[in-house]
Design a binder for this molecule. Structure first.
Ligand code: ZN
Length: 163
C-alpha cells in the first residue's frame, strides 16, 4: 500500500510545479514555439491545478501561447482551467492574494514539520486516495483496528468484511 503524507505530497507538488514553470521559462528563452504539451496530460489533477495557479500568479503573458497549445491536448476539465488562466493573464486580472498566502503559509508549515500528520491512504477497491485524519488514526488505534483499507464511499457501499 502506498502511503503519502499530506505534508510530503504538498512539498513535492510545490517543488514539482516550480520545476514545470522554470522549464517553460527556459523554453521561452530558447524561443521554443510549439513544445509538445501532451506530457502534461494525465498528470495528477491537484498538481496540474497548482501549476495553473502559479502561471496565473506569474502574470506573465508570454505563457499564453503555451497554454493555448496545452488546451488543445488536454481534457475538458483541465481545458476550462487553462481558459480561465489565459483570461487572467490576457486581462491582467487580479489574483486572489489570500489563496496564495494561505498556500505559502501551509507549505512553510509543512517544511517546518509542524503541519498535521494526516495520511492519504489508497483505497483497495476503487484505487482513490482518501484521508486518514489524525483523529481517525487515534480512534483506530484506541480500538485496536488496523488502518482502513477502503475509502468511506466504498465502505458505505459494500459489506464491512474487510473494513
Ligand atoms: Zn474506494
Amino acid at each position: 500500500m502506498i502511503i503519502f503524507t499530506v505534508r510530503g505530497w504538498q512539498i513535492q507538488s510545490d517543488q514539482y510545479t516550480d520545476e514545470l514553470l522554470n522549464e517553460w521559462r527556459k523554453w521561452l528563452k530558447q524561443g521554443k514555439l510549439s513544445p509538445d504539451m501532451t506530457y502534461l496530460k494525465d498528470r495528477n489533477r491537484p498538481m496540474i491545478l497548482l501549476f495553473l495557479s502559479k502561471i496565473k500568479e506569474s502574470g506573465d503573458q508570454a505563457f499564453i501561447p503555451y497554454l493555448k497549445l496545452w488546451g488543445k491536448v488536454d481534457y475538458k476539465k483541465v481545458r476550462e482551467e487553462i481558459r480561465k488562466t489565459i483570461d487572467v493573464l490576457e486581462n491582467k486580472k487580479p489574483i486572489d492574494v489570500q489563496v496564495v498566502q494561505e498556500r505559502t503559509e501551509s507549505i512553510k508549515e509543512a517544511l517546518k514539520g509542524s503541519a498535521p500528520q494526516d495520511l492519504l491512504l489508497k483505497c483497495w477497491e476503487c484505487g482513490k486516495r482518501f484521508p486518514f485524519t489524525i483523529g481517525e488514526q487515534q480512534f483506530y488505534k484506541q480500538k485496536g483496528f488496523t488502518d482502513p483499507k477502503r475509502c468511506k464511499a466504498c465502505r458505505n457501499q459494500g459489506n464491512d468484511m474487510f473494513f
